[in-house]
Design a binder for this molecule. Structure first.
Ligand code: AMP
Ligand code: ZN
Length: 150
């Protein structure tokens, strides 16, 4: 089986434009950027996705993404920034080592700004809220319940 490309970036076996690294996380430039300043933040320790990652590693990824977003904003002045993180093929994940995209946005970049805000069925919303409240109440932390997705 071929080695995970983002693990190889973390060990410098695969060349990349790393802009920050420490004991726990690595931040590097995306090779297919949607705009200048498109950066990926990864945990050094391999985890396939949100469901698999150690919560402390996730905190480090998010805090580092905040730091990267601050310098992207101050140095490159995009109109805005999205943080984006995909879990599973159905969500568009193509590299199966968790990564947080720092996505600089511009008003006219052609990407959707948000989804269509059409009112939902209130009864269904309440029903789903009940399902989730029940599941959260049954779990201690609510962070270890999902089946792995790919
Ligand atoms: P996702 O679709 O959320 O899984 O995003 C994967 C991202 O990784 C894409 O934006 C790719 O352009 C990026 N990517 C894949 N391989 C590399 C690489 N070797 N160096 C930098 N970025 C990469
Ligand atoms: Zn990996």
């Amino acid at each position: 089986m071929s080695k995970c490309p983002f693990c190889m970036i973390a060990t410098h076996e695969l060349p990349s434009e790393i802009i920050h690294e420490d004991e726990h996380v690595v931040a590097f430039m995306d090779v297919n950027p949607i705009a200048d300043g498109h950066v990926l933040v990864i945990p050094r320790r391999h985890a396939e996705n949100l469901h698999a990652i150690d919560p402390e590693d996730l905190q480090r990824v998010v805090v580092t993404a905040k730091r990267i977003a601050a310098v992207v904003q101050s140095e490159l002045r995009p109109d805005g920034i999205n943080l984006f993180q995909a879990n599973g093929r159905g969500a568009g994940q193509t590299v199966f080592h968790l990564h947080m995209h720092v996505l600089p946005r511009s008003i006219d970049d052609g990407m959707p700004m948000s989804w269509d805000h059409k009112p939902g069925d209130r009864a269904r919303i309440a029903e789903v809220a009940g399902i989730l409240r029940g599941a959260l109440a049954r779990s201690e932390t609510g962070i270890d319940m999902a089946e792995p997705v790919a």
